[in-house]
Design a protein. Structure first.
Lengths: 218, 218
């Protein structure tokens, strides 16, 4: 077993440290973040920092870093107050990864990386047509983090665009059926296999499998 | 295709809405959060809200909800200023899920759910002995979210306890080799399979596979 301590972390070679720290917490939510400027220029970038903040009101948080291409995104979100999150599928995850390249502000990653825009009424930013689980959000809060210059953006879910057969009876979206991908670290993409759906945990009752996944035990 | 709009989301049956909203963003980082009170009572709870905030300084954020068992955790973190995050493995993910049950404050979920405490020098809270990727954190910031009563906790990584053979040459932790699990929604657990590790994206250069995963293409 190794124990890498704080002072050693700071002494690691920069790219090695970035890879290590980014991969620590395991698999992460993976989405394409779609925005549009007031001038009508669309922007698309892959993010792995979305987190569930709460169900009532329905809120999602995400971290925006101060790099240039992300600033376009943040500027767009502040301008229009709206943005979309779209899941990533195996047939085109390489194009999704490509949206992280530093394109000039005048270029839309939708066009540069081969994605189609899907618009709905009374909502400005485009969804990704190729995705099958798409979320439309309205900006609720911007938290500027003094500790490292990042921005935590909180949005309320106001549209859920998906296919009927991807919603299970209990309301859960079936990401295995949807073929949603996940990422660990900076650049390694994964497709998860279901192991088990567990019943609500109560003290004194042994944890056990429930529902459709009862026969998928590891 | 369905479009579930804001007003419809609010009208959904409560448990259905919770399941739907929790599952929207896809797969999530899955960890056991270990703490200890000043009186020496340990606490362990499963969380899926950890997010990468930045690599320099090395920071992880997470969301703590205002429920009772989580309050023990938050109180402990504020008291000692330290906590641990530990990955979840297939051999014992059911016990990990069981830590979400509402045990009385006097009961340690380490004991109730069958986990062993692993202590290191000059660090108060216990790590989970059964995990193979373990992070020791020091509290840096507490953000009380007025919008829904949750708390965002920001910590700095000051210990990384893992096995030498789980760190790839570039610094990335190999979660597939470690058998780290992930969760989607409230209660469905997954084991991801690697699909591809992609090269750093640059404008005008086609995205392509790199490294050990080049033969794992989907």
């Amino acid at each position: 077993m190794v124990n890498i301590k704080s002072e050693e972390i700071y002494q690691l070679e920069k790219q090695y440290r970035i890879s290590l720290i980014n991969s620590l917490i395991g698999y992460r939510s993976l989405n394409l973040l779609g925005t549009i400027s007031n001038d009508g220029i669309t922007n698309l970038c892959i993010i792995s920092s979305a987190f569930h903040l709460g169900a009532n009101p329905p809120l999602i948080g995400m971290v925006i870093r101060p790099e240039r291409e992300h600033n376009d995104t943040l500027t767009n979100i502040k301008e229009t107050g709206q943005y979309t999150l779209n899941n990533v599928l195996p047939e085109w995850y390489m194009q999704a990864h490509q949206t992280s390249a530093s394109y000039p502000s005048s270029v839309s990653e939708f066009d540069a990386c081969g994605f189609h825009k899907h618009y709905i009424r009374e909502f400005k930013p485009p969804f990704v047509k190729e995705s099958n689980i798409r979320i439309g959000l309205e900006l609720r809060e911007v938290i500027d983090m003094e500790i490292n210059g990042t921005t935590i953006v909180i949005g309320e879910i106001i549209h859920i665009l998906t296919e009927d057969n991807l919603i299970a009876e209990d309301g859960t979206l079936d990401h295995a059926k949807a073929k949603t991908m996940t990422v660990a670290g900076l650049d390694t993409y994964y497709l998860p296999q279901p192991v088990g759906q567990l019943s609500y945990a109560k003290p004194g009752i042994e944890p056990h499998l429930q529902g459709d996944h009862a026969n998928h035990q590891a």
